[in-house]
Design a protein around this ligand. Structure first.
Ligand code: CTP
Ligand code: MG
Length: 230
């Protein structure tokens, strides 16, 4: 499932960042590609902002695996809406316990097929898992622009997407965060709050999230390179 209902405020572009083009394709088309390609993925739900008119114009909108629904004001509301759609689509299919969802940002266009495959191979259990990269920089905790102390970076990771969880468990976890007023920035945080220990699956730097205008050039670099490697 791809939550794509955000407005891309930090990108300051004329349209949401997932619709900006790099090498003649919208970012979201690249983000979707590995999920369309994987034979073990039965369907892809894209969560759109109410009134979105850009998505339907893309050729991928007619892919046979594709379903859409509309999202909410926050990312976690959009993900909940997407999970609801997944649950409707899979009703009576394998029973709830066998259905997993992979949640992936519309603005992460450089996910490789190999990393998606590895996440599936390693995280298909109750705990679920996510792609992540170890922190390389030295970390400082600051206060008023001054260093208070250096944070030990061993065991610190930067969380990416996709994040893979059982649909029923992730729904419960997200609903519970909503009810308890716990603010979360990724799905793993909701699962953690519910007592699970999602698996950290080492990914790569190229799977970064396009956020600021200068990130477009970096996306173009990785996408050209991946095209050459294919
Ligand atoms: N997202 C969503 N619904 C929201 C907010 C975000 O589906 N209400 C999606 C975005 O479309 C994106 C992903 O969540 O695919 C990651 O969010 P982010 O990078 O923060 O994107 P935006 O919210 O669009 O950007 P910004 O925060 O700069 O406004
Ligand atoms: Mg945002």
């Amino acid at each position: 499932m791809i939550p794509a209902a955000g407005g891309g405020t930090r990108m300051r572009a004329e349209r949401p960042k997932q619709y900006l083009q790099v090498r003649s394709r919208a970012l979201i088309e690249y983000s979707l590609a590995p999920f369309f390609h994987a034979g073990w993925i039965d369907g892809v739900v894209v969560v759109l902002a109410p009134g979105d008119e850009d998505f339907i114009r893309l050729p991928v909108a007619r892919h046979w695996k594709l379903h859409t629904t509309s999202g909410g004001v926050t990312r976690s509301e959009s993900v909940l809406a997407g999970l609801k759609r997944v649950a409707e689509l899979t009703q009576g299919f394998m029973g709830d316990r066998g259905v997993y969802a992979l949640v992936h940002d519309a603005a992460r266009p450089c996910l490789t097929r190999q990393d998606l495959e590895r996440l599936k191979d390693e995280a298909s259990d109750e705990q679920g898992g996510l792609l992540a990269v170890p922190v390389a920089d030295t970390l400082k905790r600051g206060n008023d622009d001054h260093v208070i102390h250096t944070v030990d970076r061993r065991n610190l990771w930067r969380a990416q997407t996709p994040q893979m969880f059982r649909v029923d468990l992730l729904r419960l976890a997200l609903e519970s965060c909503r009810q308890r007023g716990i603010e979360i920035t990724d799905e793993a945080a909701a699962m953690e709050a519910a007592g699970y220990k999602p698996l950290l699956v080492p990914g790569r730097e190229s799977n970064f999230k396009v956020t600021y205008p200068e990130d477009l050039a970096l996306a173009e670099f990785w996408l050209s390179r991946q095209e050459l490697e294919r």
